[in-house]
Design a protein around this ligand. Structure first.
Ligand code: PEP
Ligand code: MG
Length: 592
């Protein structure tokens, strides 16, 4: 047993966003001050430790020079010079001597020696009654953070690319780009102070099958790296120093889940057909070309949503057409004859680019996002359109636009597609002349005019994550109002129904690709409302299929009829849960 189990158990409660249980040491990111353990060195280790310190200083210097150059280019020489003060800290002989002396004389690790001296300097600078010198304390903190990151193998800020050992990441926040670049082999689970079930970091955690809890409020401030913790991604709990009793209880829970997973494994290769014979199309949401394998492993029939943004983030420049083409083609070929719905770029909101200076917006989810951003950047957009068109020659590719709010955007996007097709034809490049184009219905205005859109499109895909946030005016990222984010709100059900009715009248299919499609408790409701396809994170597809195979469409329709006539979201939720639990109780046995 780890010695930490003898310490007092502490429980933090948040929002469960990715199922599973994990245990291990925590790594707390981005704290204003962090605890660095002191280790004793042997005589033989001292020289290496000094060398490690020197290397970290050099690495830090290079990083600062790089940032300085970027800032100078983007903002001007004056702003760039701010970093001169940071470089001076690294060159200060008095500071360096003092740290080296501590390492050699007291035989302690470089991190601890460095932090001790740096904190002393920072404290004395901060106490001086002179604004200029007080400012230097901030520079000192900044440099300290960078040097410590380098010494600890976290090369920059929240750069999670290189972790030394398996750990649970605890942070105030994690952006989708932090999560995307994470050293997946070494991350056991995630927990953040902020966020909600539909934030893209939560979606990524599910795709990576990492237990995750968000909305822990101030856990990252209270916790220290190195503490031992357990993450319960079923119930939204983080337990620090779990007692033997807690570990025993979780052992039982994990065993139950393993049994369930074995049952689900049997379902994977079976068809998604209800008890009364209705075939349901179950597809998967993916974020990168590598996920094609997971789609097959989860028993999904194709891809209902390929979020292409992840090809664009965490890099210095946008991927060229050729690189995108190769990624799209790879998925199309791997999953042929199944369909792959490639969504055009949905940047903005919580997914930003490092190489494109997007304005600092007050409301990024209501701002320069998705199709709005693409229509304003026709070159970038057309490179993607050409790449998708080219990939369509090699598989069952479909394309859809995100965030369509009205006909103008749709018409403008379609005009660009036609221009790209003409270009490709002229160049003799193959593409599917009948490539189907659909749109996400994720803005309430699109649902309301679904009849107009349906005449011009080949399919709809309802993005409930955004549809709920926009219809109910509830920020999908904000844990404080997460209780108001209600998928069963009567307004949401009416918007879904309006969309389905318009699609029916125009003979086009409707899928749901928001997170609601991956929640078994909503499967009967969505199918009852007339949705044809559910697209979910690959790891969640088996449980949806398990439920579908135990469901009768007549029950699903009765539930939807009830829901459309009910005024209370809580009651609709309770009925939906009751039906799902009734037909597949095993899926819901993960509460402690
Ligand atoms: C949605 O909004 O439901 C959706 C699937 O798109 P995203 O989560 O990428 O915004
Ligand atoms: Mg969306």
């Amino acid at each position: 047993m780890p010695e930490a189990t003898q310490k007092e158990e502490k429980v933090f409660r948040g929002i469960a966003v990715s199922a599973g249980v994990c245990r291990g040491k925590i790594l707390v990111l981005g704290k204003a001050s962090r605890h660095i353990a002191r280790h004793a060195l042997t005589d033989a280790e001292v020289a290496d430790e000094v060398a490690r310190l020197e290397k970290a200083f050099l690495q830090t210097r290079e990083q600062i020079l790089e940032v300085q150059q970027k800032v100078t280019e983007a903002m001007g020489a004056m702003e760039g010079r701010i970093f001169d003060a940071h470089l001076l800290v690294l060159e200060d002989p008095v500071l360096i001597d003092e740290i080296v002396r501590l390492i050699t004389e007291q035989k302690i690790n470089a991190e601890h020696a460095f932090q001790t001296v740096a904190e002393k300097y920072t404290a004395s600078l901060a106490a001086i009654d002179d604004e200029y010198l007080r400012e230097r304390a901030t520079d000192m903190r900044d440099v300290t953070e960078r040097v410590l990151n380098n010494l600890q193998g976290l090369s920059e800020g929240k750069n999670l690319r290189h972790l030394k050992e398996p750990c649970i990441i605890i942070s105030h926040d994690l952006t989708p780009s932090d999560t995307a670049q994470m050293d997946k082999q070494h991350v056991l689970g995630l927990a953040t102070d902020v966020g909600s079930r539909t934030s893209h970091t939560a979606i990524m955690a599910r795709a990576l099958r990492l237990p995750a809890v968000v909305g822990l409020k101030n856990a990252s401030e209270e916790l220290e790296s190195g503490e031992y913790a357990l993450i319960d991604g079923y119930n939204g709990v983080v337990i620090i120093n779990p007692t033997d009793q807690t570990l025993f209880e979780y052992g039982q829970l994990v065993r139950k889940q393993v049994t369930l997973e074995e049952k689900l494994r049997d379902t994977i290769s079976k068809p998604a057909v209800t008890l009364d014979g209705q075939k349901i199309l179950l597809s998967a949401n993916i974020e990168q070309a590598d996920d094609a394998e997971a789609v097959q492993a989860g028993g999904a029939e194709g891809v209902g949503l390929f979020r292409t943004e992840y090809l664009f983030i965490n890099r210095e420049s946008a991927p060229i057409e050729e690189e995108q083409y190769r990624a799209y083609r790879r998925v199309a070929v791997a999953l042929k004859p199944h369909h792959v719905v490639i969504r055009t770029l949905d940047l903005g909101g919580d997914k930003f680019l490092s190489h494109l200076a997007t304005a600092n917006e007050m409301n990024p989810f209501l701002g320069w996002r998705a199709i709005r951003f693409c229509l304003a950047q026709p070159e970038l957009f057309c490179a993607q359109l050409r790449a998708i068109l080219r990939a369509s020659a090699e598989g069952n590719v479909k394309m859809m636009y995100p965030m369509i709010s009205g006909l103008d955007e749709l018409n403008q996007a379609n005009t660009l597609v036609e221009e790209c097709k003409t270009e490709l034809r002229k160049a003799g490049v193959a593409f599917d002349e009948n490539l189907e184009i659909g749109a996400m219905i994720e803005i309430p205005s699109a649902a309301v005019i679904a009849d107009m859109l349906a005449k011009r499109l080949k399919f709809f895909s309802i993005g409930t994550n955004d549809l709920i946030q926009y219809a109910l005016a509830v920020d999908r990222m904000n844990e404080r109002i997460a209780h108001l984010y209600e998928p069963t709100h009567p307004a949401i059900l009416r918007l879904i129904k309006t969309t389905v009715d318009a699609a029916r009248r125009n003979n086009i299919p409707v899928s749901v690709c928001g997170e609601m499609a991956g929640e078994p408790m909503f499967t009967p409701l969505l199918l009852g409302l007339g949705v044809d396809e559910l697209s979910a994170t690959p790891s969640l597809v088996p449980q949806i299929k398990f439920l579908v195979r135990r469901l009768k469409m007549s029950e699903a329709r009765a539930l939807a009829d009830f829901a459309l006539n009910c005024e209370s979201s809580t009651e609709i939720l309770a009925r939906s849960q009751a039906l799902a639990r009734d037909i597949a109780p095993g899926l819901f046995e993960n509460k402690l």
